[in-house]
Design a protein around this ligand. Structure first.
Ligand SMILES: C[S@@+](CC[C@H](N)C(=O)[O-])C[C@H]1O[C@@H](n2cnc3c(N)ncnc32)[C@H](O)[C@@H]1O
Length: 296
């Protein structure tokens, strides 16, 4: 039997699959980039590569995200390993990194604690740590990075990504801010003249929203869905911050990624818990109310 060419395989696959997805999957199988597919479209594809490609196409048709098939995703220009145990980093979250960098410019405290809760693949603290340390050497002395997740499997992935990117982050298994608070208490760390940064992209979809979106069914529900109209984890985090600053007074800035329709209810909840705080809603590039920040 004659071997099929790259062009033939792609045109066959694109009768059922998105063209870009098919190209990405075939390039992955051939261990080449997509340009290669165009410059070698008449090259024959070996039987085993064809078999592998067919099995990946089947997975994709079964709604497995391309990033999960490839087990990698770029976030803020950095390659991350991903798997089925956590969320694939999203482009909206890259916008949070930009807001974080703007905030850094306003901080004059000598000691900064940076804590990412619900870290998943570790994309937020790794992107911040790697970019900052590349740019500003002086910050190395003042910044300490921490990250937490309730899922041990997600945490193992985040640690792996951190090791690959050589970012100095301490990872905690546990509930949101709790393991960090325990670490501060157990080690008798003083937070006087310190600044605490808390970043969070926690599950915020309702059960209904999750089930109505086919493209996310292969990502873990525990990374996406929360009770209380999707606000349960953010409310819990805000309560934990409240308790923490009562026992360890320090300046705090917390940013949370949300669904645009959660902006108003979360703002009302946050201002009732912290009547003197500065609360700000940040829009994303599509002008949606995507982040809420709290300054104490
Ligand atoms: C929406 S995913 C976001 C992952 C990552 N921050 C990102 O932006 O790609 C939410 C993460 O929060 C974690 N999570 C859920 N409940 C948690 C809790 N109570 N404490 C800590 N992490 C939690 C999940 O395991 C998941 O990894």
């Amino acid at each position: 039997m004659r071997q099929k060419t790259i062009k033939q395989l792609l045109s066959q696959a694109t009768t059922k699959l998105d063209r870009l997805d098919a190209e990405i999957l075939l390039a992955f199988v051939l261990k080449k980039d997509r340009i290669f597919l165009f410059t070698h479209e008449n090259d024959p594809v070996t039987f085993f590569s064809k078999l592998k490609f067919s099995s990946l196409v089947k997975k994709r048709l079964n709604h497995v995200p391309v990033a999960q098939i490839l087990q990698k995703k770029e976030f803020y220009g950095i390659p991350f390993l991903v798997n089925k145990h956590t969320l694939i980093p999203r482009p909206e979250t890259e916008e949070m990194i930009e807001i974080i960098f703007k905030k850094f410019k306003e901080i004059h405290e000598k000691k900064i604690f940076f804590l990412d809760v619900g870290t998943g693949s570790g994309c937020i603290p790794i992107a911040v740590s790697k970019t900052l340390f590349n740019e500003a050497d002086a910050l190395k002395k003042s910044l300490q990075f921490f990250a937490s997740d309730i899922s041990k499997k997600a945490l193992a992935l985040a640690e792996k990504n951190s090791k690959i990117q050589q970012t100095p982050i301490t990872f905690f298994h546990g509930d949101l801010l709790d393991p960090f608070a325990k670490h501060i208490k157990q080690n008798d760390i003083t937070l006087e003249s310190s600044f605490l940064f808390v970043t969070a992209n926690l599950p915020y979809l309702t059960d209904e929203q999750f089930h109505s979106e086919e493209s996310i069914q292969k990502e873990p529900k525990s990374a996406l869905v929360a009770d209380d109209s999707g606000l349960a984890f953010y409310k819990k985090l805000l309560f934990q911050i409240h308790t923490f600053v009562n026992s360890k007074p320090c300046r705090v800035w917390c940013i949370m990624e949300i669904n645009p329709e959660q902006a108003k209810p979360l703002e009302i909840f946050t201002s009732s818990l912290f009547p003197n705080a500065r609360i700000k809603i940040h829009k994303d590039l599509s002008s949606n109310e995507r982040f809420l920040s709290l300054s104490l």
